[in-house]
Design a protein around this ligand. Sequence first.
Ligand code: GDD
Ligand code: MG
Length: 359
Amino acid sequence: MRELEAILLVGGQGTRLRPLTIGTPKPLLPTAGVPFLAHQLARARSFGVRRVVFATSYRAEMFSDAFGDGSAFGLSLEYMTEDTPLGTGGAIRNAAEALTCGPDAPVLVLNGDILSGHDIGDQVARHVAREAALTLHLTEVEDPSRFGCVPTDETDRVTAFLEKTPNPVTNRINAGCYVFTRSVIDTIPQGEVVSVERETFPGLIEAGALVLGYPDASYWLDVGTPAAFVKGSCDLVLGRLPSPALPGPTGDLLALPGAVVSPEAKVSGGSAIGARAVVEAGAKVTGSVLGDDCVIESGATVADSVVGAGARVASGAVLRDAVIGDGAVVGPRNELVEGARVWPGVTLPECAIRFSGDV
Ligand code: GDD
Ligand code: MG
């Protein structure tokens, strides 16, 4: 396949993932041992993408620090930064200034928080063959009201785009991977706040442009919530979505260099153990993401949770579906469940929070 250019949308604040995103943008959170975007970039490369323009805003400099000129990934990377966030459409228009392709070329646009197993090459080929203005990857979810709802006709032509509607007409949603014909991007007003979901897509459909759907049933996940983020990391470690960016042998767990997991600890469910992290004897870790240099003490239980870099979970503490910020300390015998979040650097004294009442 010919070489493709892509725009990667990474300017969002990742509010739903706080406190993890206070210091690190969502697309850079360590996921199965590497920054989340490494998985997306490696997959894009495997489908022929060679040049990627990052559309950044929030903590822009951290992206170039992490990925540089891209040569380590076999890619050429450019960075375009919005002084104030321009929305998804404004960001695409701004980033397009750094594209080198001509007006008729297909351009891939990716939301920066998606894990997807779909065949990007086939999506591009379909777009080109049908001479579409825009081709949207579509997937089916149980609750379409949290996404862009996208009805199509029998020829896969998109008939409406309904962003986060309370009354979705189909379970088929916008999966956050678009192929634009370059000249269509140039019709988005420059330097203005524009939402592709609320303005550009409905506008194109109304104007009669050919907007195609690319329906697909392969692995798909938006990692925008803590529960989804943990699931994404574990799925990658478990091999449910193959990724060329995985940093080492995987299976039930992935341990980064310098991690010390006691042979008497139980670690499973695709957990990722950060560099130099320690999991002591008798600790139990399932389906979780442990940051670099954190410590899970003997007899602690960590399930479906994220433990930030340098954090400590003391003996007898139980975490279930919890997020512990960088450097926080969960004192002995605390019980944090159901979406509990501890802010970075906070220390919870022994037994400060319990749910069972049985101390
Ligand atoms: N550069 C830049 N500037 N990027 C932005 C901005 C901005 O102002 N606003 C959002 N983004 C980026 C985010 O970083 C993310 O990668 C992407 O655009 C989508 O934003 P989200 O905040 O994650 O949106 P969402 O998940 O609620 O909804 C979007 O994704 C769904 C699929 O996961 C929409 O595109 C929905 O229609 C779609 O179904
Ligand atoms: Mg999202």
